[in-house]
Design a protein around this ligand. Sequence first.
Ligand SMILES: Cc1ncc(C[n+]2csc(CCOP(=O)(O)OP(=O)(O)O)c2C)c(N)n1
Ligand SMILES: [Mg+2]
Length: 1010
Amino acid sequence: MHRLRTCAARLRPLTASQAAAQTAGQPRTNMAAAATTGGTRTFQPIRCYTAPVASEPFLNGTSSNYVEEMYFAWMEDPKSVHKSWDVFFRNANAGAPPGVAYQSPLGLTAAAGAALHQGSPMVGAQPNVEKLVEDHLAVQSLIRAYQIRGHHVAQLDPLGIMDADLDSHVPTDIITSSDKLDLAVFKDKRGFLTVEVGGFYGLNESDLDKVFRLPTTTFIGGSETALPLKDIIQRLEMAYCQHIGVEFMFINDLEQCQWIRQKFETPGIMQFTPEEKRTLLARTVRSTRFEEFLQRKWSSEKRFGLEGCESLIPALKTLIDNSSAYGVENVILGMPHRGRLNVLANVIRKELEQIFCQFDSKMEAADEGSGDVKYHLGMYHRRINRVTDRNITLSLVANPSHLEAVDPVVQGKCKAEQFYCGDTEGNRVMSILMHGDAAFAGQGIVYETFVLSDLPSYTTQGTVHVVVNNQIGFTTDPRVARSSPYPTDVARVVNAPIFHVNADDAEAVMYVCKVAAEWRATFHKDVVVDLVCYRRMGHNEMDEPMFTQPLMYKQIKKQKGVLLKYAEKLIAEGVVTRQEYEEEIAKYDKICEEAYTRSKDEKILHIKHWLDSPWPGFFTLDGQPKSMTCPSTGLSEEDLNHIGQVASSVPVDDFTIHGGLSRILKGRGTFSHRHHVLHDQNVDKRICIPMNHMSPDQAPYTVCNSCLSEYGVLGFELGFAMASPNALVLWEAQFGDFHNTAQCIIDQFICPGQAKWVRQNGIVLLLPHGMEGMGPEHSSARPERFLQMCNDDPDVMPTMKEDFAVRQLFDCNWIVVNCSNPANFFHVLRRQIHAPFRKPLIVFTPKSLLRHPDARSSFDDMLPGTEFKRLIVEEGAAAGNPQGVKRVIFCTGKVYYELVKERKARGMEDTVAIARIEQLSPFPFDLVRSEFEKYANADLVWCQEEHKNQGYYDYVKPRIRTTIERAKPVWYAGRDPAAAPATGNKNTHLTELRRFLDTAFGLDAFKDQQ
Ligand SMILES: Cc1ncc(C[n+]2csc(CCOP(=O)(O)OP(=O)(O)O)c2C)c(N)n1
Ligand SMILES: [Mg+2]
């Protein structure tokens, strides 16, 4: 009923065409079409205007039918209704706001009555300041409406069939130049009366010529401070409703909003020199003809072509040129499959023959490893930027199929490059991330990456995001693929401006990219360029899109490509001649043909030519480690003492630390990671990292808290570690259990990264692990999963050579350890950097062992000459008399201490030997064998605290069997198989522990199984 009340105040007869349009359902018309046909805009049928409902007290409840009847009668003949209704409908028609339209018949003065008879509306008869103010406010609101919602009306879809925001309605508060400002009324489905636009502000046709003062929050005036309403509308349309849709009004910073308004509202701001236009055309030629060339030569090969979004190439080049002009020297790019080969060829400038030869299925691989498909490989290239004449390094980070997974990796690498060149402001190094529309909207890692964007330890000072928004994801229509209007809405969370642009308008694309580069250089914040385009072919070139998108593809078949459109425009403008255009095409086609001929000479594929992050000087020239030895990882006592002293001191003056922490630093408590950073108890955010006070020439030591993300943060750290072999990068999961929300980084990058992309990586994962009765989600870092992905062969006893231990490391895909004492942890971390190559290191780290009195090491175990122990042999009584030993228990990690305690309690020190496998993978075949051979009369048990289908058992058992040539069984003592990693019940936990310790020390426990 409120709808009736508020709308009835603005009644006006419908024109025939309006009435027809409204019954037909109100889609948003294409404005260009509306303008050319002279048609009026149509509107969403149901709109609720919130005017004061009590203003027209007689319009309530059941009176609506009566009012309608009166209204329609009045339309036919104003004299057929009572004077009071006549006054009301006339005033409403004239734009009187709710509450003013109605006047009591008793209040009708003679003058007013006379005025009515002359047909002058009341509001017109009383020109007053109030109306002036109201109209100005209305115009101000209108300007603001364009700034906020103009993008909903912009013509973004090159196909003209879908709305980029998935909503065909025009916002009620936007008046366009094709609108009739006269008010209109119609009945909606529920019988309510509602009105058309214009009425929203109480403006009408006669106001169009009135001049309004412009607020300071608009730049549409250029040098003028006031404009007629019709010019205001037209300029707002030019700024916000053509081929660019700007979404920015959610940014809560006035300066930034003003900056954007100025870039898009200033009349005539989008101007290009003929030179710029010709460059743009040449770039579009390259982009387009590259795909056409591939299609001609390899029509049945997958390449995930760029057809329909050829503007991506000039877009990226514009971003890079402009960023280079602002001082950027190094750009790290991440992108999915779509148009990747084109980006490699035309943006990064990979030699074309290197790209073409990859289509030859008979190419032999020169490098070890499994390699990857051509549209996943990375690339690094340093060259001169032709436009700015400055050096620029471009690297495209290799990525897996898993969409968006590379985003945080790119950010990490970018951060590292900034770090190594001291670029704290991000003036010299930047990242560009490309996205598909479906993936950008759907993948959570996109959000996780955005969340990192402004955090002190993770910011890269602004990323430019470019979305290839072809309005489809494989076969999925966006209307069932996302809940947000645009695929880019996720970026709003960090206040990034979003520039939607119709990718068939080459100059509009170039313009938004210029602005995006300038935005990043000015504010050092993220920005999104949304290239609204289409996909001319199927998802890949083999796919038939008509099966699933028949209507869209009917339109696509008719669609002229961007190159042709732009060439025709420039020819018409006289910027190029048809002949010049054709010569440009012929020139590039020739380049492709010649490269194609050369590509046939390429017989061997070198994946290392596709490295995204070279490590100059780290390897020999042919990419091999400089040695196959690893020096001792010990340190002198003096150094150890010094480090210990500084690390447990407060090396700055006037710094108050927590009393409890003083106790810990004096060695009377457990030191843990949180104690690396000291927080002043009196000054907010004042911190001190003692490890940075070791010596003047030390390497910087960074400890960072991160946002609560595993996928994003681990990806970031991996990217950081990728940039250089000389940093030790460690990522710790709060509990090992949580690493699996970063599973994609582990499965797609860390485990197989070197095999796929030849790039090594020395990242360290610290995963707290141990069964301590803390329930199913705080107990297991899932060793079984990491071990299952190790590439060493369980059934082959390796040949033992002198350098076996290092060579084994060199051959593995990652190292998995569980250190049972601090010295071994110390050594394994130092080995990461002392080794002549890099491998990821997975460490199951202790929890209760941090406080365990026996889990200690003396300096002796860390002095020069000492090193990481892959296996710690039995050193107690049993070792003194091996013949008397009845059982050898192999184990790893914390359970060792439970076993030792139990053995002591049972008085079995002479009969049971316990050996700790500290490096699970690569497996220490040699050391296990010698430990086994030492105890000739012993049976052999693998003991673990984890469940049988978890932990290490499935990994170690076949390897121990291979080592001992299956001479004896490998018995199992541990928890039974289970679905969950641990019980949540403390008693059950202890009962399970007791049970498997009984098995481990019951010398008859396996009798029945023999
Ligand atoms: C995480 C993930 N899930 C699913 C897929 C399978 N897949 C490959 S391409 C694609 C569609 C991607 O659509 P969009 O992001 O819009 O990119 P477009 O191919 O349209 O350029 C899908 C679902 C994938 N590669 N990665
Ligand atoms: Mg898509």
